[in-house]
Design a protein around this ligand. Structure first.
Ligand SMILES: [Zn+2]
Length: 243
């Protein structure tokens, strides 16, 4: 083989390797993309000029987490959306009902909070349906779903759609690993919100102390900036199509 041909083959190999690497990178990113999924609809923020944001809390419920959040939302007259895990609802009966009684909205965050990628359709169906039964029993009538860790590829979104649910992600997520002091944690969220934002905070477990401590600062900061805090359903009702 002459040198020109060898160079040509090397070039093809190099280009192929880059293409494969890019494809792998894209495939790696897709399951955790907040505003894009391969099948079905996903909402991560709503288009609006109004100073309106939705506040969402993931995981649990736990009695301490519900206590902590209700203590801050109640006096301020704020309603929020809680994405609950089925097996936590069973472990702590009555907590979902407390949230409903206090005027909040519940969403489906699967039964076991396992990774929902590469599993069978039956697995996805059971994860959603078992939680759906518990939510309905608690008095919930919404159709909002949030995948554990925000991860989904094809099978889960297909099942979400089949079950009549709607996938709700977020555009502003807390960063507890970066901001370990409540004031900085809250300020980081306040710096990133925009009209139509969906905010995600995890307040339910013992290791979420900073989030719990930061919550009143987030709520007061939002009010100071002129933002009204609503549930996801209300945000969907009061705004245009999602972005
Ligand atoms: Zn979760």
């Amino acid at each position: 083989m002459n040198t020109v041909r060898i160079r040509g083959i090397r070039k093809i190999i190099a280009v192929s390797a880059i293409v494969l690497l890019l494809a792998a990178a894209v495939l790696w990113q897709i399951p955790k993309a907040r505003c894009f999924q391969l099948v079905g609809e996903v909402t991560c923020r709503l288009k609006t000029d109004a100073k309106l944001v939705a506040l969402t809390f993931d995981d649990g419920p736990t009695p301490e987490g519900v206590d902590a959040v209700l203590a801050e939302l109640g006096p301020r007259g704020i309603s929020a959306t809680f994405f609950l895990i089925g097996n936590r609802m069973e472990k702590f009966p009555g907590q979902a009902e407390r949230l409903i009684a206090a005027g909040h909205e519940l969403g489906n965050h699967t039964y076991s909070h396992e990774r929902n990628i590469g599993r069978s359709q039956d697995f996805y169906a059971a994860e959603i349906a078992r939680t759906d039964v518990l939510l309905k029993r608690a008095g919930s009538d919404t159709n909002l779903f949030r995948p554990p860790f925000g991860k989904r590829l094809i099978g889960l979104p297909l099942e979400v759609e089949r079950a009549g649910y709607r996938t709700i992600m977020w555009d502003v997520e807390e960063q507890p690993e970066k901001f370990t002091e409540p004031g900085a944690f809250a300020q980081d969220i306040l710096d990133r919100i925009r009209p139509g934002s969906i905010i995600l905070i995890h307040p339910m477990y013992r290791h979420n102390q900073v989030a719990r401590a930061a919550l009143p600062m987030v709520l007061d900061g939002l009010a100071a900036q002129g933002y009204e805090v609503v549930t996801v359903s209300e945000l969907l009702e009061r705004t245009g199509p999602g972005s």
